[in-house]
Ligand binder design. Sequence first.
Ligand SMILES: Cc1cc2nc3c(=O)[nH]c(=O)nc-3n(C[C@H](O)[C@H](O)[C@H](O)COP(=O)(O)OP(=O)(O)OC[C@H]3O[C@@H](n4cnc5c(N)ncnc54)[C@H](O)[C@@H]3O)c2cc1C
Length: 379
Amino acid sequence: MPHKTGKKLVLVGGGHAHMQTLAAIGNFVRRGHSVTVVAPSPYHYYSGMGPGMLGGTYQPEDIRFATQQQVEKLGGTFVLGRVTRIDPVAGEVELADGGRIPYDVVSCNAGSQVPTSLPITAAEGEGVPIFTVKPIERLWEARQQLLALAIEGPPKVAVIGGGPSAVEIAGNTWRLLREAGHQRPCIRIFAGRKLMGRASEEVRRRVNASLARRHIEVVEPGRVQEIHDGRVVIEGRNNNCKADFIFLAQGIRPAPIFADSGLPVGPDGGLLVNEYLHCPGKSQIFGGGDCIYFEPQPLDKVGVYAVRQNPVLRHNLLAALEGGELRTFAPGGDYLLIYNLGDDTGVLQKRWLIFGGRLAFRIKDYIDRRFMRRFQQHA
Ligand SMILES: Cc1cc2nc3c(=O)[nH]c(=O)nc-3n(C[C@H](O)[C@H](O)[C@H](O)COP(=O)(O)OP(=O)(O)OC[C@H]3O[C@@H](n4cnc5c(N)ncnc54)[C@H](O)[C@@H]3O)c2cc1C
């Protein structure tokens, strides 16, 4: 039944934490509310399968949700654009093109980005392609460029970063270059202090063994200081390494929208939210996924938490529109991690259970494809 006063819900980003809210747009609309989704692309790409798209295991359509199509089909409004600020006093979100959209309730799921603090300089005409691991959709462009480079000869690829995404990008670049005819691709990971430094010894051992078997070199310890004319310069070392293609995977930061708006933020710049995924003191602002800082306990920047936040966000947004009671978000216990190493193998970890090989990748592939099917069907 329609609610007595229809209100305006604005969703900033159609990411993983908004999946259930997007699927429920029809319900919001039937109750008399308007729903507007602002996103910089008509599609949302699933990061867990991004490295697999780079390597060629997946096509772009396998790993993306047709956000615009879904929103419009269910009766919402899709605005192609990038939110740069939220004005809680006026109750408006501001877009990069200067547009403003009024809201009664706004929910932020604008994700994260690779920080651009690393100094990168190039002499004129000396530009080497440099790709950050996010936005995920650009990994498809990276694939095309690498394939073109590989026709001329074996390119030297540098991956800057020491976490799981650096490992997955390096492993899948190896796959891509092998398929392009280079039997021994030249790939180096500049891992900072230590590769997979936050993982257990056993996971690290398995990942390193896989990389070593494929001659993917790991440079550690050594902090990358700058990239100059395609040369990766490491602090305190005289020699530097020339690369033909560079990936930046040195961690992620929440989107800068919130600090720029003067909203409460956590130490990482993410929108500060309480146990209701609600920004304290700002009664109409909610958020989920990588762009928030969860006040009760810091959460890892993994899709698992964004996915777990879905039902609470969907419920609380409707409750905020209609004056209902809010539900609390409980992050839950350990989660399953599976790394895609790019050669049809993976490493799986769930608490004490760790194993590697083809089965680990098959489990990841099954879970990821099932996740995609579940939410792609709404478009
Ligand atoms: C290479 C890689 C592999 C990963 N693999 C895994 C994995 O296997 N499992 C796992 O759990 N986690 C994985 N992660 C972590 C995972 O990416 C994040 O935790 C997850 O994407 C967070 O979801 P999100 O919806 O918050 O953000 P995102 O997935 O980044 O989505 C944010 C959305 O907001 C949109 N947006 C961005 N800026 C704006 C703006 N200004 N205005 C409006 N819209 C905007 C974007 O277009 C995007 O659609 C991986 C990360 C990377 C980089």
